[in-house]
Design a protein around this ligand. Structure first.
Ligand code: BGC
Length: 774
């Protein structure tokens, strides 16, 4: 990479860069040029800026332009006058370079722009949606995905992404659960840190222009939208906020996330984008966060709509005072900050602090030394190696949820339906067998469907290799299709086959921002098609692609096998076929609790026990109620009389093609002094015939606290590989600090006492042992 070697040998932030060559558009088309301006440091630059130029740095504007010629006159003028510090939604190098040229050559003081884009789960090479990435339980996979996304995006001049989204998501109705790492604060923290590292590298200021700044979002509590309806009000009491919703952000801050985005929601009565509790008290004071705080799209002026500010001026005032640095898209800062300063409501010093943080980020990214992107880097996008990594990550994201021996006699002889057996005739049915666009999922803005390899294409490749034979009949044209006209042909194919592979679920557009659902069952006529297929007696393998858990309750019975594929991205097809045929082992585990019915939501494993947990109380399901039953005869437990209290599948669950046995849960010492290491071990054995990658999970319950504690919490996990017959002793070690939590006064405390510990394959498995820390 020429750009890197030149840069490494050359300029560094903090050094005085002397006047060099002037760039011209022609020079940009061929290679690099040196920046025209002398600058010493963000502080010295700030000293030269006028108030309006400073306020300009706080503005992030939206621009959609494909070529440099598309850049409107007003945009050019705004840059020349220093009225914008950043643009979002640029995705071509020509536009990025021309914007930078305008800024550094024609703008005041030559301050480069931050070119930003939502690069969420890949740029050109699309990886599984974040929820799918979380299902890998493999932070290395997440880091590699973000690294590749950063290389591809930076080749187009993008140096700032709005990812990772770290919102704890306990409600599958919420469309943005797809963009999350699930319901657990620890898993989300681990994956969030991996993602930040992948985008930014170890140190953003190392001068590597293939790294980009990350944004931990949305601060805070956005995932708790009431009824899972996007943008809805949130109420999250302390200490829940600190114990469940904050930890992934604390971890991202510690990992050096360059920016944090405020959320759209009203949290406990204060819209997040004007909340001084969130930005000042928590971020700046508690977490000592030094990076840039950016709003969400229009979220500052929307605080007026929330009823949190009187008008845009009041919103600008409240946002600025609360600690917001940069305003995304809306212009309340640009329109009102100068007047607010003149009126003495805000001081210029406060503005200076915000500007400095933005200039420092630009400096960290090396933009003062090299604002331009070498167009030769275009060749770095869509590298075959990236596709290979995307396939591996997609394969790891698949969760095998069910794999039975079919009841059908002939088929039963072959044992469990998956992996498929060589030579089997496969009927490929379902609306997502050939869904090049939809398999990329939500927020795949720059993914191109012609780069996707679908399940159908992957079966064709496998057929060419002689490993499968198949017939493809979609049955339904798209996931919401309600027409049954394709059923007849699908049934015919099913009768011909030894096994049906049904690929369905939800199109990409049924999850993601503003795409929440009240009914989370399979859309369209899919349930009817599945019922008809079951009638044929041919074993039925169901592969679901979806941005959330799907309510399967009464149709699940008819599946012999179920694989959750989320939206697996560009290489979803080959990854799925590899797992179905046993070329890859299924290794994914659920990063969310899977409800039986939508009415159970929100549902999460780390809930409180209640005073009447169903495990300890009798209760009767609705259909068993006697007529005119007496109110008190039915049991009084925290349950639904039609759904019970258990999920369909617990958090952390996932099968493999082998069998794994846990035993010998042990602690050398059960009573420990505060500073002693808490070591718990168990023996994990592969008792089956195939290799496994087992995600060994370590949960702890604090039995009693000054505020009641969850029934269990994931503290650590290890991914271990076991050959058939192999056993390993897996040890986890905690310190008492890992058992600390925020109490009712929001103090981070350790409370001595009794705890339970589990080492288990998922959140609902295993028997705990008890220990005491004094
Ligand atoms: C979303 C953010 C996103 C921003 C910029 C908003 O609607 O909530 O997550 O980064 O748009 O596209």
């Amino acid at each position: 990479m020429i750009i890197l070697s030149l840069f490494h040998g050359g300029l560094r932030h903090g050094l005085l860069v002397t006047k060099g060559l002037r760039c011209c558009a022609a020079a940009l088309a061929v290679s690099l040029c040196t920046v025209p301006l002398a600058w010493a440091s963000p502080e010295s630059l700030l000293a030269k800026m006028t108030l309006s130029q400073k306020i300009g740095q706080l503005q992030q504007s939206h621009l959609e332009a494909v070529t440099a010629e598309d850049i409107p006159k007003e945009v050019k003028e705004a840059i020349r006058q220093g009225r914008v510090g950043s643009y979002l939604n640029i995705n071509t190098v020509a536009v990025a370079n021309e914007l930078q040229r305008l800024a550094v050559e024609e703008g005041p003081h030559g301050v480069p722009l931050l070119v930003a884009r939502d690069v969420i789960h890949g740029y050109k090479t699309i990886f599984p949606i974040p929820l799918g990435q979380a299902a890998t339980w493999n932070p290395d996979a997440v880091e590699q995905g973000a690294r590749i996304a950063a290389i591809e995006a930076s080749a187009d001049g993008i140096r700032w992404t709005f990812a990772p989204m770290l919102d704890i998501s306990r409600d599958a109705r919420w469309g943005r659960i797809a963009e999350s790492f699930g319901e657990d604060p620890y898993l989300t923290s681990v994956m969030g840190v991996a993602s930040v590292m992948g985008y930014q590298g170890k140190d953003l200021s190392q001068g590597d222009s293939t790294h980009i700044a990350a944004t931990a979002k949305h601060f805070l509590g956005y995932g708790a939208a009431e009824a899972g309806r996007d943008y809805n009000t949130t109420y999250i009491p302390e200490p829940l906020l600190h114990n469940q919703y904050l930890p992934p952000f604390s971890a991202a801050v510690a990992a050096g996330s360059a920016s944090i985005m405020t959320a759209f929601n009203d949290l406990n009565g204060v819209p997040a984008s004007i909340s001084s509790y969130l930005m000042d008290t928590i971020l700046r004071q508690e977490l000592a966060y030094k990076g840039v705080i950016v709003s969400d799209w229009d979220s500052v002026v929307e605080t007026v709509v929330h009823g949190g500010a009187e008008d845009n001026k009041d919103a600008a005032y409240k946002a600025a005072k609360a600690g917001l640095d940069m305003e995304m898209v809306s212009t309340s800062y640009a329109d009102h900050l100068a007047a607010l300063i003149q009126e003495g409501k805000i001081s210029e010093l406060e503005i200076d602090q915000k500007v400095l943080r933005i200039l420092r980020l630009k400096a960290q990214l090396g933009l003062f030394e090299q604002p331009y992107t070498d167009i030769a880097r275009q060749a770095e996008k869509k590298h075959p190696k990236f596709h290979q990594t995307a396939k591996e990550v997609a394969a790891q994201s698949l969760v095998l949820l069910k794999n039975d021996v079919p009841s059908h006699k002939k088929a039963a002889k072959l044992g469990k339906v998956l992996p498929l057996k060589p030579g089997q005739k496969v009927a490929l049915i379902g609306p997502m067998v050939d869904a090049a666009h939809d398999q990329m999922g939500t927020w795949a803005m720059d993914g191109e469907k012609q780069d996707s390899i679908t399940v159908l294409q992957a079966f064709e490749q496998a057929k060419v290799k002689g490993s499968v034979q198949y017939r493809y009949v979609p049955g339904l044209d798209f996931s919401r299709d309600k027409s049954t006209k394709g059923f007849k042909k699908a049934i015919k194919a099913a009768k011909w086959a030894d096994v049906i592979v049904y690929v369905g679920g939800e199109e990409a557009a049924l999850s993601g921002e503003a795409h929440s659902r009240a009914n989370i069952r399979l859309p369209g006529a899919q349930e009817a098609l599945l019922a008809a297929l079951k009638q044929t007696g041919t074993p039925l393998v169901v592969v679901l692609m979806a941005g959330r858990q799907i309510e399967l309750h009464d149709v699940l019975e008819s599946f012999d096998s179920l694989v959750m594929a989320w939206h697996p991205g560009t290489m979803g097809g080959p990854a799925i076929v590899d797992v179905l045929t046993g070329v890859s082992e299924p290794v994914g585990r659920l990063p969310v609790t899977w409800p039986k019915m939508g009415g159970q939501l929100p549902m999460y494993y780390n809930h409180k026990n209640t005073g009447r947990p169903p495990q300890s109380r009798p209760f009767i399901m609705m259909d068993d109620y006697p007529l005119e039953a007496h109110q008190h005869s039915l049991g009084h437990a925290a349950t639904h009389m039609d759904a019970g209290y258990l999920p369909q599948y617990p958090f952390g669950f996932g099968l493999s093609y082998s069998e794994v046995h846990y035993s010998d849960l042990a602690m050398a010492k059960r009573v420990l002094a505060r500073d002693e290491a808490i070591r718990v071990s168990a023996v994990v054995k592969n008792t089956g015939l195939r290799p496994v990658t087992e995600v060994v999970q370590f949960y702890v319950q604090d039995i009693a606290g000054s505020v009641t504690r969850p029934v269990k919490e994931l503290k650590q996990f290890q991914r271990i590989v076991l050959a058939p017959g192999e056993a390993k002793t897996v040890t986890f070690e905690l310190s008492h600090k890992d058992l600390m939590f925020f109490n009712a006064k929001t103090q981070h405390v350790f409370e001595p006492g009794a705890f339970r510990a589990w080492i288990a394959p998922h959140a609902a498995a295993g028997k705990p042992l008890t220990f005491t820390v004094r």
